[in-house]
Design a protein around this ligand. Structure first.
Ligand code: IPE
Ligand code: IPE
Ligand code: MG
Length: 246
């Protein structure tokens, strides 16, 4: 049976998030500049997007650039920004053909004007697509996201729109950049690193975590399908006993 057909449709992760890591090491291994790895990584991005849409994932969030990544050498940051710009132009077709909506989370105001404009255009053009939502985490940091949520909630308390006693988990969730999305079910990180690197700290509270050895440019939809099969073999107990959830 084909790999894809072994996946149970009634137990799919609704929200898959990926930390796309290892581009630089991939390039180094071939004696090339790090930037070459980023360029190669674009194909893996397409694999992840198409693979996720094919099997019926509703939300796919890709960590493309962190708040901390601004501290990389200017040469690399510039290369990543221009790669983002050209990929947005190239991949609009992929998004339309696959009926995928684009969203962005992060502090977009830090991006070059050209990128902000292109992002807004792709978001507008794909806003009515309904098969899957692709969320790009760009200039994203989970701690800043939480600070922003605390500020927004505090403002409501100050203006007597919200009583402190009414603050619940939903209050926090609804004030994060991801307010319209369910929490992450499945988190994948490539490149063998076993850390979260300031990604969706609140939203992964009960996610299943998968750390793959492969470097990001080598990632393809088979890796995604295999990880989802693994995910379906895990028992998500949410604090209950195994007997309770069976
Ligand atoms: C991930 O690959 C891409 C970004 C962070 C933008 P890296 O650039 O982190 O590659 P490594 O981890 O140094 O190999
Ligand atoms: C995390 O990767 C950020 C992205 C994949 C965009 P990094 O390579 O920046 O993370 P660290 O430095 O290894 O934690
Ligand atoms: Mg890295």
């Amino acid at each position: 049976m084909e790999l894809k057909e072994q996946i149970y449709k009634d137990n799919l992760p609704k929200h898959v998030a990926i930390i796309m890591d290892g581009n630089g090491r991939w390039a180094k291994k071939q004696g090339k500049l790090r930037v070459f790895g980023h360029r190669k990584g674009v194909k893996a991005v397409r694999e992840a997007i198409e693979g996720a849409a094919e099997i019926g994932v509703e939300f796919l969030t890709l960590y493309a650039f962190s708040t901390e990544n601004w501290n990389r050498p200017k040469f690399e940051v510039d290369a990543l920004m221009s790669l983002l710009l050209s990929s947005l132009k190239d991949e609009l077709k992929t998004l339309q053909e696959n009926n995928i909506k684009l969203k962005v989370i992060g502090d977009i105001s830090k991006l070059p004007q050209k990128n902000q404009k292109e992002l807004q255009q792709v978001i507008d053009k794909t806003k009515d697509n309904s098969r899957m939502t692709l969320v790009l985490a760009l200039s994203y940091g989970s701690k800043v996201e939480i600070i922003d949520a605390v500020k927004a909630i505090s403002e409501k308390v100050k203006n007597d729109e919200l009583d402190i006693s009414e603050i619940t988990e939903d209050t926090i969730s609804n004030n994060l950049y991801t307010s319209e999305m369910p929490d992450v079910d499945l988190l994948i990180r490539t490149s063998g690193e076993t850390r979260i690197s300031n990604f969706l700290l609140w939203q992964i509270a009960y996610a299943e975590l998968f750390f793959l050895e492969k470097l990001w440019p080598d990632f393809d939809r088979t890796d995604l399908f295999n990880t989802i099969l693994d995910y379906q073999n895990r028992e998500r107990r949410f604090g209950k006993t195994s007997d309770q959830v069976k």
